[in-house]
Design a binder for this molecule. Structure first.
Ligand SMILES: Cc1cc2nc3c(=O)[nH]c(=O)nc-3n(C[C@H](O)[C@H](O)[C@H](O)COP(=O)(O)OP(=O)(O)OC[C@H]3O[C@@H](n4cnc5c(N)ncnc54)[C@H](O)[C@@H]3O)c2cc1C
Length: 471
């Protein structure tokens, strides 16, 4: 291929769709490279597993695995389709607390600088003043009508336990309370980043979409990248651009840097997710039939609670979850200290979260308190009974039970951190240190995981970075 683009954007997920769209609007000639398929503008032709927010998809997944603690390995879902993880996630639309962003202390990335862009990402109905009103990503709160029986029973039990009802889970105050999530669901469709940001610029001559095209390697010479080597089916192709923007996600972006020979210590280090555990329940006689149904919304409400283990006003998400006929209450610690790593072994990604290792030992205190809160609320749910082994675990061994049953919240971040210290992989303009024409723009640059679900933040990162990359 001899055509040269202004920019090659690699990965069409939550961040990549925003970056590509903004750069095209600015008149730049963009190649958008995505390993997964593209089904075009939104239409009912899109497969049901990515359209229906009640479903998860195996067909559009990378099939990764991650080690959570030493020896405990599990599937780590990551979408492989235009729209990225926004095309298979739970659609919880949550903004991080502004003080969590300010704690990053990165020039140009304070909450005061980022927040004006919220209005260019989100077009919210209802909720607090913190939400955007004019952006293309439509969000609305789950209200009492469509809440499933499991979700509304949890809200009632949390209120009966003394928690306030919050008007919005993104409101700064009061610190604790229970609220329905805002969700990016539109007419029953999981409204992913491709529908919101890419559809309006599809068809523009500045945009070329290379779907089903996996980026393999950046070809470098004298501190610059000359070309992107890709595989499409059995064929290899080279894409040439003046600059390359890696939006391949928290695993894809560091792996591409590593495969291209950038083996510095910081690349792939700093991986974080919110660690959690689940209490599992069985239906008691007289329970609503819907509690056994596989085809319901999995997650619609959340309780913000305080473990008392940190100095923060709240640090836990406690949420009811219903999947494939299973009833759960998850407890996640939202301000974890543990950090892990992603690297290459025999050419394959090796993901290790190292929950509770090193400084992360304090995260166990918070989860222990959280399990107590979840049990107290669950005790008020009349039509179910706790069946998981934690209920028979004595206080003495609860920490071991948490270690052995820990899970992630699917909010992985931090593998190519933004910052000027030795841990920084990209500078405040998102440029990879020492590589003149390569940027990373996605969940991997988040230097410290905030107390929030990460989809909206990744879109906001895309919006901010487009200003920096495009200028
Ligand atoms: C199961 C699940 C549920 C979640 N639920 C929620 C939720 O309810 N609310 C919320 O806020 N957050 C949620 N999240 C997290 C959120 O969706 C992610 O943090 C966010 O989408 C990440 O955006 P990103 O741009 O960093 O990467 P992604 O959206 O993952 O995009 C990366 C893209 O790059 C492509 N790619 C990767 N490598 C290559 C390569 N070598 N060549 C070409 N293309 C490549 C991928 O196929 C993908 O399309 C969930 C995540 C998961 C996995």
């Amino acid at each position: 291929m001899t055509e040269t683009f202004d920019l090659a954007v690699i990965g069409a997920g939550s961040s990549g769709c925003v970056v590509a769209s903004e750069l095209v609007r600015a008149g730049r000639k963009v190649a958008l490279v995505e390993a997964g398929p593209d089904y075009g503008r939104f239409s009912r032709r899109w497969p049901r597993d990515v359209r229906d927010p009640r479903r998860r998809t195996d067909r559009h997944d990378w099939g990764l695995e991650a080690e959570l603690t030493r020896g405990e390995t599990t599937a780590e879902p990551r979408a492989r389709v235009i729209g990225g993880c926004s095309a298979h996630n739970e659609c919880a639309a949550v903004w991080p607390p502004r003080e969590d962003i300010d704690a990053w202390r990165v020039s140009g990335w304070s909450s005061a600088e980022l927040w004006p862009l919220v209005d260019r990402v989100e077009g919210a109905r209802g909720g607090s003043a913190i939400r955007g009103r004019h952006g293309p990503l439509v969000t609305a709160p789950w209200t009492d009508g469509p809440l499933t029986a499991w979700q509304s029973a949890f809200v009632d039990a949390a209120v009966a336990s003394g928690y306030d009802r919050l008007d919005d889970v993104s409101s700064p105050a009061p610190a604790t309370g229970v609220a329905p999530f805002h969700a990016n669901v539109r007419d029953g469709v999981r409204w992913n980043a491709a529908f919101a940001f890419l559809d309006p610029v599809r068809g523009r001559k500045e945009l070329s979409i290379f779907a089903g095209t996996e980026a393999l390697k950046l070809e470098m010479r004298s501190g610059r990248v000359d070309a992107l080597l890709c595989r499409r089916g059995r064929k290899q192709l080279r894409i040439l651009a003046d600059a390359y923007v890696l939006c391949a996600g928290v695993y894809g972006s560091p792996l591409l840097l590593l495969r291209s020979g950038l083996h510095w210590r910081a690349v792939g280090r700093g991986l974080q997710d919110h660690p959690g555990v689940a209490l599992t329940f069985d239906r008691a006689p007289g329970a609503p039939r819907e509690l056994g149904s596989p085809n319901v919304y999995r997650s619609q409400v959340v309780l913000r609670a305080s473990s008392g283990a940190s100095l923060l006003g709240w640090d836990l998400h406690v949420l009811p979850y219903q999947a494939d006929g299973e009833l759960l209450v998850f407890v996640f610690f939202m301000a974890p200290s543990s950090r892990g790593v992603v690297d290459l072994r025999d050419g394959r990604p090796r993901i290790r979260f190292r929950f509770f290792a090193g400084e992360g030992a304090v995260d166990l205190d918070a989860l222990e308190a959280g399990v107590g809160i979840a049990r107290e609320i669950a005790g008020r749910l009349s039509f179910v009974r706790v069946v998981d082994p934690s209920s028979s675990v004595r206080a003495r061994s609860i920490r071991r039970w948490i270690r052995e049953n820990v899970t992630g919240y699917a909010h992985a971040t931090g593998t190519c951190r933004i910052g000027t210290g030795p841990e920084g992989v990209v500078d405040a303009r998102t440029q990879v240190r020492g590589l003149a024409n390569v940027h990373v723009v996605d969940a991997s640059i988040i230097p410290r995981i905030p107390r929030a679900n990460t989809n909206l933040l990744c879109m906001l990162i895309g919006m901010r970075a487009a200003q920096l990359v495009g200028s």
